[in-house]
Each structure stands twice: as C-alpha cells, then as structure tokens.
Design a binder for this molecule. Structure first.
Ligand SMILES: C[S@@+](CC[C@H](N)C(=O)[O-])C[C@H]1O[C@@H](n2cnc3c(N)ncnc32)[C@H](O)[C@@H]1O
Length: 199
C-alpha cells in the first residue's frame, strides 16, 4: 500500500487521537518559557492537525503540512503537500512529531537538508520512536501491524545513531529517551525527544 493511501485510509477511519499530544504540551511550555511566541511554527506531517490547532489556540502562528489531511481539517493553515519537496523558509519553529520514524532514511536526510537550507530555522522539536527495546542495532526497518490492520513501515534508530546524524546539521540542546512519552491504547513505546538549535 502506498504511503498516501495508507494514511488516507487511517484518517477516514477516524482512528487518530483528536486531543493534542503530550509532546505538543511540552513544546508549547518551552516556547512560552523561552518567549518564542512571536515565531512562526510549522507542524511537519501534522496528520489531523490536532497539535497544529493546539498551538494556534494558544497564540502561536501555526501551519500544518501533510500529504494526507482529513477533509474536515481543510482550513487555511493546512497545506496538502509533500514535506520532501517544500520550502521551509518562512518558519522559525519546526515541529516534527512521529514523522522521523515514518520516513525511509534517505527521505529523512532529504528533509533535514531542506530544513537546514531554509536559513531562518531557529528551533527544531522532534519526537520519534526509538529502536530501544526492539533491536540492539543502530537502525532497523520494521513492519508493525497497525491499528488499520496493515503491515505498516517504521524506521527506528538508536538514540546514539540518530543523535550523531542530527548533530551534523544542528546543535543538540536536549535529548531524552524514555517510555511514558506517548501512551496510546496498550502501547507505551520508547521514544526520543530532541530540542535542536540551528547554528
Ligand atoms: C504518525 S502520523 C503523525 C501525525 C501527527 N504528527 C501526530 O503526531 O498526530 C505520520 C504522518 O506523516 C504523513 N506523511 C508521511 N510522509 C509524508 C510526506 N512525504 N509528506 C507529507 N506528509 C507525509 C502522513 O500522511 C501522516 O499523517
């Protein structure tokens, strides 16, 4: 199944959570504490836009971009575009929740290159699933059964491997790897959170 079809199907079935993620709450607190509220945020691969709406509701000028957006989420702050072919220039805060593990590694490298090229980027916030607890390898491509019953691709990295990659592009201000970050139904995967600064 193609990636877009998979996600169209997923959102049609209304399986995606509607409330903002725990990571969005944490990111908003960081933005407020560091007085970054005046900067423009891009929610990259925003899905149904739950986090984009949350940032907007809380006074952050926010745009969501996703190749597959729920029809009822089509308001001006949403762009139905491919994140691998996008100009990131207008945004200073780049928010990447659960997209790093949804991309093949070469596509992740393309995404990082594009964000880096957009010289105005100041902060990047990432939450992604870790390989920890699943494999001792530095990276592994997996196909988990998803909530829509499909075998669904995931690219998992060890914290060490991913940090080394990200460090080539950005300054790492914070890394945290843990369970309890993204509990959904019976799942509590190990996730890695980053705050990155553009040098
Ligand atoms: C796991 S969902 C994350 C959704 C949202 N960030 C959240 O945390 O609720 C991954 C999203 O990535 C989107 N996606 C995957 N590849 C993409 C691409 N090349 N361009 C734009 N969106 C993409 C999918 O459509 C899907 O909505």
């Amino acid at each position: 199944m193609e990636i877009k079809e998979y996600w169209d199907d997923f959102y049609k079935k209304n399986l995606a959570p509607q409330d903002e993620s725990n990571f969005a709450r944490e990111t908003l607190a960081y933005i407020q504490k560091n007085q970054l509220n005046h900067l423009k945020l891009l929610d990259v691969a925003c899905g149904n836009g739950r986090d984009t709406f949350y940032f907007s509701r809380n006074g952050i000028e926010s745009t969501g971009i996703d190749i597959s957006v729920q029809p009822n989420a089509e308001i001006p702050v949403f762009l139905r575009e491919n994140i691998l072919d996008f100009n990131y220039t207008n945004f200073q805060l780049i928010y990447l929740r659960f997209i790093v593990h949804a991309l093949k590694e070469r596509d992740m490298d393309i995404l990082l290159d594009q964000i880096k090229q957009a010289k105005k980027t100041q902060y990047i916030f990432i939450e992604t699933r870790s390989a920890k607890g699943i494999s001792d390898k530095e990276k592994i491509e997996t196909f988990f059964k998803s909530s829509v019953g499909e075998e669904h691709f995931r690219m998992l990295y060890s914290e060490t491997y991913l940090s080394e990659k990200l460090r080539k592009y950005f300054k790492i201000e914070r890394i945290e790897e843990n369970r309890g970050f993204s509990i959904y139904k019976n799942e509590d995967p190990v996730c890695i959170r980053y705050t990155l600064r553009n040098n």
